[in-house]
Write a protein that binds this ligand. Structure first.
Ligand SMILES: [Fe+2]
Ligand SMILES: [Fe+2]
Length: 271
């Protein structure tokens, strides 16, 4: 039987998106079956690759060079779905990366349950976006995508709390802010399957931010640190730029992110 770390490395070193997510979902199922049978898989130890394997396409460009398209057109909506698919694939790797990367830090089993569940959901999200693209005659890889999505992972490669602060509590929380606007675009276009897929993503992402906040607070407690102070210091250390309002305060609250965590990190608060 593979350890959880070995499973994670296998997902990370699989390049094709559909293949990567199929493995991710299969391993998640194995993890939860073993948990249910009270014979949990070992966490183990393994070397995570510095960067995950990715398919040859999409071509990765500097964000400034990725062409902008109007969301009012079908081409614009395809570009939007493609961008979300790219984010979701990155999220699959981010969730699996944290397991071997910080396996030397002893964590309760509940932490791995949360991370494996989120990795499984990210895999589902990627597949949903691919299905929507294919329905519109496109596919993941047909357009260029942002390079540098893995930067947050590299920046926090040695800092577990920094990783939790930047990835779930800043980047995934940002998803909560922008997803309702995207849902509106697809509703206006009467694109039912995209609306349903984005609503699934929106609902499940609240959970991912909540897992981040939960385990960040757990580690603050372990190290006797004030969570708000620690969060501000870590985001200022590892995240490049200010946080951008408007914030989805309601969903952020639901995910355990109070306003005094993120408002002081906006541009206006920095002066
Ligand atoms: Fe997601
Ligand atoms: Fe997520």
């Amino acid at each position: 039987m593979m350890t959880l770390c070995e499973m994670a490395v296998d997902v990370l070193t699989t390049a094709d998106g559909r293949e990567k997510t199929a493995k991710s979902r299969r391993y998640a199922k194995q993890w939860f079956e073993a948990r249910k049978a009270d014979t949990p898989l070992q966490i183990g130890l393994a070397d995570a690759p510095l960067r995950p394997s990715r398919p040859v396409r999409p071509e990765l460009l500097d964000p400034r060079d990725v062409p902008k398209r109007k969301p009012g057109s079908e081409q614009g909506r395809i570009a939007l779905l493609h961008a979300v698919a790219h984010i979701e694939l990155n999220a699959v790797d981010l969730h699996w990366d944290i397991i071997p990367r910080f396996a030397h830090v002893k964590m309760p089993m509940g932490f791995y349950d949360d991370w494996v569940k989120a990795a499984d959901e990210e895999s589902k999200h990627f597949n949903l976006m691919c299905d929507c693209l294919e329905e519109l005659g496109s596919h993941y890889g047909a357009l260029p995508a942002h390079a540098g999505m893995w930067r947050a992972a590299e920046d926090t490669i040695e800092d577990f709390m920094g990783r939790l602060a930047v990835v779930p509590m800043v980047l995934e929380a940002r998803g909560l802010d922008v997803t309702p606007g995207m849902i509106k675009i697809f509703k206006n276009a009467k694109a039912t399957s995209a609306v349903e897929a984005l609503e699934t993503i929106y609902a499940e992402e609240v959970g991912h931010v909540a897992y981040g906040s939960k385990w960040f607070h757990f580690l603050c407690g372990r190290h006797e640190q004030d969570p708000k102070e620690a969060f501000h210091t870590l985001v200022r250390t590892y995240f490049h730029g200010a946080l951008k309002p408007p914030f989805n305060e309601e969903k952020r609250a639901e995910a355990g992110l109070p306003p005094d965590f993120y408002w002081p990190l906006t541009e206006t608060a920095a002066g």
